[in-house]
Every structure is written in structure tokens, then in C-alpha cells.
Design a protein around this ligand. Structure first.
Ligand SMILES: Cc1ncc(COP(=O)(O)O)c(C=O)c1O
Length: 434
């Protein structure tokens, strides 16, 4: 059994519960994208994901403030639960984790391995949280540890950027790509960028179509609660984004993008093949912008000298048999992404255009311009050239038949129904490949 001291040997000091992770250059993605593609390997954190950075920070501060009799309680996503359980073991305090019964038994086993009290209760995470909070109310020194929405969590997550600055020898990257669930990671990344003086570095914030609460909020200019969150990227399954994420998106260049589940799953498989590393679909969502080369359409000015960084957030909700199931269900999916209120389609590597959003109609309808406005309002518009071009000149291939399934998936998805209803019409025009 590891002791607190053993685990912390990997950290330079005992200031944190997380470890400094490697920034790996990906030869395969760099070749594919024709720019330096770096992977911040958060999957190598002791609890299996970046979550231990923010949650570790919050848990340490809580113990400092309220002493060793404190009792951590949580009912958030699996990676949060694992981080809380790990933090409790390291800090030698009690933790009670409530997970809904629908969670894969193998994940229950992982939490039990960390030695936390585990309760299986409720049909979903919301019911589990109600139970956890009821337990908390009966404790003398209990504290609820949320997944994302706490300044200590953002502060802990912001350490990614401080490490990155040293690892990139102070040179700012052309962009950082990260997945977004509740927004704790995004908030940490943006506050970190602002603290290290990298205010111009854009963040490409990736969700899946079934969990796009950040994108919906940016488009609407206010918090939006999705009626239902439905995605294989379970760790992104949050119905309302943190209000801090929306606030920060007005102050920092952020491009919200949503990808299909199929793209996220396919990226997980490619990543396992290329880097011999398994990550869960939440992380695959961010990687998919690279595997599909959509990132080049978002940032057309990328050159061989540019650096982009993908936060490989990791995650424990992935097993070997999932890779096989993903291959059977999702191999070579058509590429469907949403940017703001626009939907783009792409297939294969050669590029032609299909989807042009009628931006005037969108403006007249008063929807969908949030992303563009967000960019124009920035203090340094030059740094953001590429983004406006996503709207104006992104070139995508259409293959109507192959894309039909994905499109109807999009339309079936209750999570984005409210947004679909207000989408401007999309003209489809098939142009032969060059
Ligand atoms: C592996 C992984 N990636 C990304 C996220 C999204 O992070 P956040 O909820 O802080 O936005 C999560 C959240 O649980 C996660 O577990």
C-alpha cells in the first residue's frame, strides 16, 4: 500500500497532491496537422485525471482550515470521486462517496481501492447528490467537494498553465485545446493564462453535442440549463456550466466547439494506437479536433513553427472492451462539429465546402453571433484572425447520405433542441474536391 510520503515523492515538494505531468510532443499529430502538437499528459496524475489538481487544492485547504476530523463528501462524476478519495487517503481524513447505481461496477472497485466509504444510491448523479447532501447535513465536520464550481478548484487547475509556461520555455502556444464539462478546467486554464501573462492565447473549449452547456451559454449570452445531457463522454455530462466560465469567456478568447460522440470515441481509439495510452471519451472530444484536422480550420494560420497544446485530461471511465465497441459502432465517423450556432460537416482529408451559415439571417434573428462578437471585442484582434475565418471561409465536404445519421442524431438530441430551434438555415452546396 502506498503511503502519503511514497506518492508525494513524484512531486517536487509537498505543496500539492498532484504531480507535474509531462508535456509530450506528438510526432503523429504534428505530422498530421503540420504544426508542433503537444500533449499535457494529465492522465498520468495519481487519481487518473487532472481532477486531483483542483480537488487536491480544495481538500488540502479544507483540512488546513477545519482540521483532520473533516469528512469529505461528494457525489460528482467518477473522476471527481476518485480524486476526492485519493486526496482523503493522502491527507488521512475520511471520505464518503455516493455514486448512482448506473455506474459501471469496475469504477466502484476503483473508488473502493482508494479506501473511501462508498454508497451506491440513486438512478442518476442528481439523485446521488441529494443523498450525499442529506448525509452531509448530519455530519459535524463534513464538507461537500464539488466537481468544478469553486475558486480553490480553479486555482488548483491553473497550475497546468504554470507548468506549461516552463515546459514551453516561456513561448506562448498558438492555442490550448481542452474539454469542458462543468467548467472547472476551463476556468483554471483561463485564470492561469491570465496570471502568467498569456492573455492572448486562445482556448478551444470542446464539448459533445449532447453536453454543450458552455456553448449554449455563450450563444445565448446567459446560463442555459440543458433539458437533458446525453453523451458517451459522461464526464462532460453537466447540464449547466459554471457561471465563471461564461464570465471568463467575455474576457478571454475562447472558441466553444461541440463534436459528435462518434468523433470523441474515434479519437480515443486513435490515441490509444498512437500513444499507447487510454483516455476516456471526455478527453477524446478535445483530441478529436486534431485527429479530424478541424483545428486547422479553426486556426488556419497555424504553421510548422506553431505550437498547440491539447490537455489530455485522462479519466478512468474507459476499459479495453470499450475500444472494441467504439470500433464496431463508430469507425470513421462523418465529422460534424458545432461552433457557436453553426453546424459544419466534413469528410475525409480533402476539403470542399458544404456548409455556409447565412450570417446575416443569424444576426437578424439575434442568435449565434456570440462567438464572433466575443472575438471582435478582444483587445488584440490580430491574434484572433483565424476564428473569424472559421465562420467566413471554413471549407467542408458534404456527403449527404453519410452525414444524415449524424445530423438526425443532432436533431434527436434533446440537449441541444433549444438551440436547433433558433439556428439559422444552413445552405448546403456541394463543391467538388480540389
Ligand atoms: C477526463 C475529464 N476530462 C474533462 C473533464 C471536464 O472538466 P470540467 O468538469 O472541470 O469542465 C472531466 C470532468 O470530470 C473529466 O473527468
Amino acid at each position: 500500500m502506498l503511503t502519503s510520503q511514497d506518492d508525494n515523492q513524484v512531486t517536487a515538494d509537498n505543496e500539492y497532491l498532484h504531480v507535474k505531468t509531462a508535456l509530450l510532443h506528438s510526432p503523429s499529430l504534428s505530422m498530421k496537422l503540420r504544426c508542433n502538437t503537444w500533449l499535457k499528459m494529465e492522465n498520468m496524475q495519481p487519481s487518473g485525471s487532472f481532477k486531483i489538481r483542483g480537488i487536491g487544492n480544495m481538500c488540502m485547504k479544507a483540512v488546513e482550515l477545519r482540521g483532520p476530523s473533516i469528512h469529505f463528501v461528494t457525489a460528482a462524476g467518477v473522476n471527481t470521486c476518485l480524486a476526492v478519495a485519493y486526496a482523503a487517503r493522502q491527507l488521512n481524513v475520511e471520505a464518503t462517496i455516493v455514486l448512482p447505481k448506473i455506474v459501471d461496477e469496475r469504477l466502484f472497485d476503483l473508488v473502493k481501492l482508494e479506501g473511501a466509504n462508498l454508497i451506491a444510491m440513486g438512478e442518476d448523479f442528481e439523485q446521488a447528490e441529494v443523498h450525499a447532501r442529506a448525509l452531509l447535513s448530519k455530519m459535524r465536520n463534513g464538507i461537500y467537494i464539488p466537481s468544478s464550481d469553486n475558486p480553490c478548484i480553479w486555482e488548483g487547475n491553473s497550475t497546468i498553465i504554470k507548468e506549461l509556461k516552463t515546459q514551453l520555455r516561456g513561448e506562448p502556444p498558438a492555442a490550448i485545446i481542452c474539454p469542458v464539462g462543468g467548467g472547472g478546467l476551463l476556468n483554471g486554464i483561463i485564470t492561469g493564462l491570465q496570471q502568467v501573462g498569456w492573455k492572448q492565447v486562445p482556448v478551444i473549449a470542446v464539448e459533445t453535442h449532447g453536453s454543450n452547456s458552455f456553448q449554449a451559454a455563450v450563444v445565448a449570452g446567459k446560463l442555459v440549463t440543458l433539458p437533458k445531457s446525453k453523451t458517451i463522454a459522461k464526464s462532460l455530462s453537466v447540464r449547466t456550466i459554471s457561471s465563471k466560465s461564461l464570465e471568463l469567456s467575455l474576457d478571454h478568447p475562447v472558441v466553444p466547439f461541440a463534436v459528435s460522440d462518434a468523433m470523441a470515441a474515434d479519437a480515443v481509439r486513435h490515441f490509444a494506437d498512437d500513444h499507447k495510452t487510454m483516455v476516456e471519451p471526455a478527453c477524446g472530444a478535445a483530441l478529436s479536433l486534431c485527429y479530424t484536422q478541424v483545428i486547422r480550420d479553426i486556426l488556419p494560420s497555424l504553421s510548422e513553427n506553431s505550437d498547440i497544446v491539447v490537455i489530455a485530461t485522462g479519466g478512468s471511465d474507459i476499459f479495453l472492451d470499450d475500444l472494441d465497441a467504439f470500433r464496431r459502432k463508430y469507425a470513421n465517423p462523418p465529422i460534424v462539429v458545432k461552433s457557436g450556432s453553426e453546424v459544419f460537416l466534413k469528410l475525409g482529408d480533402s476539403l470542399s465546402s458544404i456548409a455556409d451559415v447565412d450570417t446575416e439571417a443569424a444576426a437578424a434573428a439575434g442568435v449565434g453571433m456570440a462567438v464572433i462578437d466575443n472575438i471582435r471585442n478582444d483587445r488584440d484582434p490580430g491574434a484572433l484572425d483565424g476564428f473569424t475565418r472559421v465562420v467566413n471561409s471554413a471549407k467542408y465536404i458534404a456527403s449527404e447520405q453519410q452525414n444524415k445519421a449524424e445530423i438526425s442524431n443532432l436533431q434527436d438530441n434533446e440537449g441541444i433542441a433549444h438551440e436547433q430551434a433558433s439556428l439559422p438555415s444552413i445552405k448546403q452546396e456541394i463543391i467538388p474536391s480540389p
